[in-house]
Structure formats: C-alpha cells, structure tokens
Design a protein around this ligand. Structure first.
Ligand code: ATP
Length: 347
C-alpha cells in the first residue's frame, strides 16, 4: 500500500530531527532512506512505525490516517540492525511468536511460520537457537518473523550493517528478491550508498532532517541535484565554471559544451567513468588536455587524477576499467566527454 507523509516535524530538545518533511512511498516499492549519520533517517522510520510521535504532520496509508494509531495496531513488520531474536526460542518459535500475539490459530501459524522459513531458505534450521546460527541466518529469521503476519509495510533499519561483507552482499540480493516476490511496500534505512543503489527502486537522500533529492538509483547516481548529493553519493567531479554573457560555459580558459540541464549553472558535475582518455581529442563534444598527477590502482579499476591545462586548480578524476593502458604521473593526455555527461548542480 502507498504511504503518504505530509509536513512531518520532529524535534528532540533543540535538535530538529525532521523538518516539514513531505514524501510519498509508492505501493510495492523498495525505498531507501539514505544519508549521513544524524540526518534523521532512523527518526523518520520510527515515526512511520509509531515508535516516535511527530509534533506536526500526518502519515496516511492508502488514504487512512495512521498518525495516531498505536504501533501494535499498524501491522507493520520491522527488522533492526541487531538481530533482536529471542535467544531462548528456536528459529521456528521466534517466527511463531508474532503470530501467537496476533491470535492466529495453531495449525495456520505453524504452516505460515514454516512457509516463511522456507522463503528465507531456513526450513531445515527451524529447530536451532539463535546462538547456533550465523549472523546472516539470524537476520533471515528476523525477516521471516517480520513477514509472517502479512504486514502492510516492511520497515528495515540498517538490517545488514552488522554483517560481514560477503554475507551482506548475499543478503542484499535475497532481501530484494523476497520483497519483489511478495510485492510488499518496503522502506530501508541505510548510510551505505552502494547498498541503496543496488537494492532500491527509489532513494530518498536526507540531510539535516530535510529531503535533498528523491529519485531512482540511476537518477540519483547520474544526475544528483546539488553538491551535497553529488558529494554523498561519492566519486563525482565537481567543477566551478563561469557563465559568459552569451550563456557560454567557461571552465577556466576553455569553453564547454553542455546539455540543457547545465544551462546557467555555475557548478557542474561529471562522473569519473563518463570521461574517456586518449592521446588526441576524440569527437565527443568536449576535449581537455591535461597532465596526470596521480594514478590509483584499485584492482578492477584505476583512478587517474588529471590537472587540466584550462583549469589547473580543479583536478578531475577519471576512472578506467581494465589494465590495458595505464598512463603514468606526468603523462600528458586528453580528457573527452559528451555534453550530456555534464550535469548542473545547485549549491
Ligand atoms: P545514524 O545513521 O547515526 O543512526 P540517523 O540519520 O538515523 O543517524 P537519527 O538517529 O534519526 O539520525 O537522528 C537525527 C537527529 O536527532 C540527530 O541529531 C540525533 O542526535 C537526534 N536524536 C535522535 N534520537 C534522539 C533522542 N532519542 N534524543 C535526543 N536526540 C535524538
């Protein structure tokens, strides 16, 4: 079901954790709240769950006002960073618990709990205690427990951040496919950009209790709206440019060709992988000569830092794939990029 959030404001003493926040979460979508520590993402999730009460604003689920509904009556499933399973109950008993609380009859609750353990591929571990399971398995049980009562909304608060990198990568894919299979509207809080890019249909970038940008991972990655989003999503070259009287974009001493969304902007961004290098200019729209100042070898990619002749105080990073041709520091190369790769950023 779709969730409409309107004008939410929440303070803790003098700290305004959420400021007049308005947002729609589409039905069956996987939405990530992404932002740095303290931006308000957990508070927003907790207000949605009913665990915190906002001073102002409303939360409606399919047009039903939930703002005053107690958490237990919201029928939302939640999974937290810490596995928060009952340590003295087996996996099966943990999943059964929520169904018992909701008054499900015994035969139905056992078949539903087993169905959910099967969904998270743990049917054969149903008798194990949390202490006999890995972190990843415990988090799968937590998901099964949250989904068992057929919640209308699934809320995930950094559910993968306590796990090691391999398990995290595996569970990203699994959680996403479970969410798609059940088509359950899901919100996940994360501070990990790559997690949000990989898992979400929509990313809500938060900063200081406000929304900076809402968009698909592709939109957020390729066209961040402003400097904050560009910096937070990482790996973005930000260029300070001048706009001449006739609208021409001057990057230091050279004029750039840019698309309509860069028009009139004095801050432009370009992804390092959108730049191609060559000894001589390619026919891509923009060609800047410069000197390589740094080469970083990162396994599958190399990142060059290049000082452009036209704007030596604004070095640009270029990302190369494959080890075929790696220029060395002090080499002179040409940087090529298309007009549409440049995006305008507000401050
Ligand atoms: P993190 O990733 O570190 O968990 P976050 O983006 O989830 O951060 P919140 O936990 O929502 O951020 O906090 C937003 C702001 O509200 C912060 O300044 C935080 O210190 C403050 N805050 C949150 N909860 C409380 C509380 N219970 N009492 C006082 N201040 C709080």
């Amino acid at each position: 079901m779709a969730l409409q959030i309107e004008g939410l404001t929440k303070s803790f003493g003098k700290v305004k954790a959420l400021s007049d926040l308005t947002l729609t979460i589409p039905e069956s979508s996987f939405t990530c709240f992404l932002g740095p520590s303290g931006c308000g993402k957990t508070t927003l999730l907790r207000v949605i769950a009913g665990l915190e009460v906002a001073e102002e604003g409303s939360i409606r689920l399919s047009d039903r006002d939930m703002s005053r509904t107690p958490p237990a009556e919201r029928n939302f499933g939640m999974v937290f960073q810490s596995y928060s399973l009952f340590p003295n109950l087996t996996a099966l008993q943990n999943v059964l618990y929520g169904l018992e609380c909701r008054g499900w009859a015994k035969p139905e609750r056992i078949s539903r709990a087993m169905e959910m353990l099967d969904l998270v591929q743990l049917a054969d571990q149903a008798h194990k205690l949390p202490s006999q399971m890995s972190g990843g398995q415990q988090q799968r049980v937590a998901i099964a427990r949250a989904l068992a009562p057929r919640p209308t909304l699934l809320l995930l608060d950094e559910p993968l951040s306590a796990l090691d990198a391999n398990v995290r990568a595996e569970l990203r894919g699994e959680f996403r496919s479970i969410q798609k299979e059940l088509a359950i509207t899901t919100i996940m809080v994360t501070h990990d950009q790559s997690e949000a890019l990989e898992m979400a249909d929509r990313i809500v970038v938060l900063n200081g209790g406000r929304i900076e940008q809402v968009g698909s991972p592709f939109e957020i990655y390729t066209h961040p709206k402003n400097r904050f989003v560009a910096d937070f999503i990482g790996n973005f070259n930000v260029m300070q440019v001048g706009v001449a009287a006739d609208g021409a974009i001057e990057f230091g001493s050279q004029t750039l060709t840019a698309g309509p969304d860069a028009k009139g902007m004095d801050l432009l961004g370009i992804r390092p992988e959108a730049i191609s290098i060559s000894p001589e200019p390619l026919d891509m729209g923009n060609a800047l000569f410069g000197e390589v100042t740094k080469v970083r070898f990162l396994g599958n990619i190399q990142v060059l830092t290049v000082r452009p002749d036209c704007a030596p105080d604004q070095p640009l990073d270029v990302q190369l794939h494959g080890p075929e041709f790696i220029p060395q520091p002090r080499d002179r190369i040409c940087l090529n990029f298309g007009a549409e790769s440049l995006c305008g950023l507000s401050q």
